[in-house]
Design a binder for this molecule. Structure first.
Ligand SMILES: C[C@@](CO)(OP(=O)(O)O)[C@H](O)COP(=O)(O)OP(=O)(O)OC[C@H]1O[C@@H](n2ccc(N)nc2=O)[C@H](O)[C@@H]1O
Ligand SMILES: Nc1ncnc2c1ncn2[C@@H]1O[C@H](COP(=O)(O)OP(=O)(O)O)[C@@H](O)[C@H]1O
Length: 300
């Protein structure tokens, strides 16, 4: 049996530059990986079977990104004349879904990485990231497993060293469908592009500031629209802003704030109104799933 984490991400900023002919949007974002997420366990079972126990996640099997990722990897292997065994996958869900923290995408990435290991498919990270991209724009960053600056539809990734931060993430309980936000004519989709050099310069200058003056990168082009459609998202952000600058992640509905210590984040978390859920996590440069897989590989 193989047990692996599926970490959440935050979009420390999200700029939408325009819409492509295929309807997808060109964006620029900073994906911050976290040390908190779902857990998946993988065991071998009879050939040809993919069984998924999704626990509390009540969605049809065919829609579950874990199942879809496993099926895609099996098809890919069969196309290369490699028969694979079956898999029994158990998903222990901690992350709220439809939260803009990439839970489903991360589950899919961990499935690709985990089954590639268990089934000994031998696919490279590039090949797995490409398979992930076919399932969702957010999946490649989790497959590659590095906190990264992203362009294109989110698949052109450059690892970036971010400031060490502890995050309080608040879920106001609404599930936002990403497609609905991108379809809405009111969405801001004409932000001017920034350059990776400018981002790196900003990170350098933030580093030089004293601790109290450092801020998260402001701006998420989805925030105004999402808060208009889901007033509870605005309520959660305004509540969080009593303590620190706060903003939306991805297309929401979670909002987050950055703190210099885990203790400062915990103090605010303790005051979270009972109607909302949340969690505390630290930003990490390398995904926890890659850390576990690297240990496994080195001990084999
Ligand atoms: C925009 C982000 C930022 O992180 O939002 P969140 O999902 O995290 O909230 C993601 O890249 C989302 O990635 P993901 O959730 O995997 O998106 P997909 O399943 O590929 O696409 C869902 C729908 O969103 C729209 N979409 C998605 C990504 C993109 N760059 N442009 C789009 O227009 C498309 O209409 C697509 O049908
Ligand atoms: N394993 C999964 N976990 C969560 N959501 C999933 C999963 N598989 C498919 N989904 C679908 O993907 C949608 C987006 O989920 P998620 O990735 O958690 O949110 P977001 O894209 O906002 O970060 C959910 O509303 C759900 O219908």
């Amino acid at each position: 049996m193989l047990q692996l984490p599926a970490p959440a991400k935050l979009n420390l900023f999200l700029r939408i530059l325009g819409r492509r002919a295929d309807g997808y949007h060109e964006l620029q974002t900073l994906f911050q990986l976290l040390d908190y997420g779902d857990t998946l366990t993988f065991s071998l079972c009879e050939a040809g079977k993919i069984r998924v126990d999704a626990g509390a996640l009540k969605i049809p099997l065919e829609d579950n990104l874990v199942y879809r990722a496993a099926r895609l990897l099996r098809e890919q292997s069969l196309n290369h004349n490699r028969k694979v065994p079956g898999a029994y996958i158990r998903l222990i869900k901690h992350l709220p879904h439809g939260g803009g923290i990439g839970g489903g995408s991360s589950d899919a990435a961990t499935t690709l990485l985990g089954l590639n290991h268990l089934w000994q498919c031998g696919l490279s990270i590039d090949a797995l990231a490409e398979l992930g991209r076919q399932l969702g724009a957010d999946i490649p960053v989790f497959v590659r497993g590095r906190t990264a600056w992203a362009e294109g539809v989110g698949e052109k990734l450059t690892p970036v060293a971010t400031l060490k931060r502890h995050y309080l993430v608040v879920s106001p309980g609404c599930q936002v469908r990403t497609a609905n936000i991108f379809c809405d004519p009111r969405l801001t989709r004409d932000s001017p592009p920034i350059t990776l050099a400018a981002l790196r310069e900003k990170l350098r200058s933030e580093k030089a500031l004293s601790e109290e003056k450092r801020q998260i990168f402001p701006g998420n082009d989805c925030q105004t629209l999402v808060e208009h459609l889901y007033p509870e998202v605005r309520d959660a952000r305004v509540w969080l802003e009593q303590f620190a600058p706060a903003q939306l992640t991805g297309t929401g509905g979670c909002v987050f704030a950055a703190f210099h210590t885990a203790c400062a984040a915990s103090t605010v978390f303790a005051q979270l109104p009972g109607k909302w859920r949340g969690f505390i996590a630290s930003g990490v440069p390398v995904s926890p799933v890659h850390q576990v897989l690297a240990k496994l590989t080195s001990s084999e």
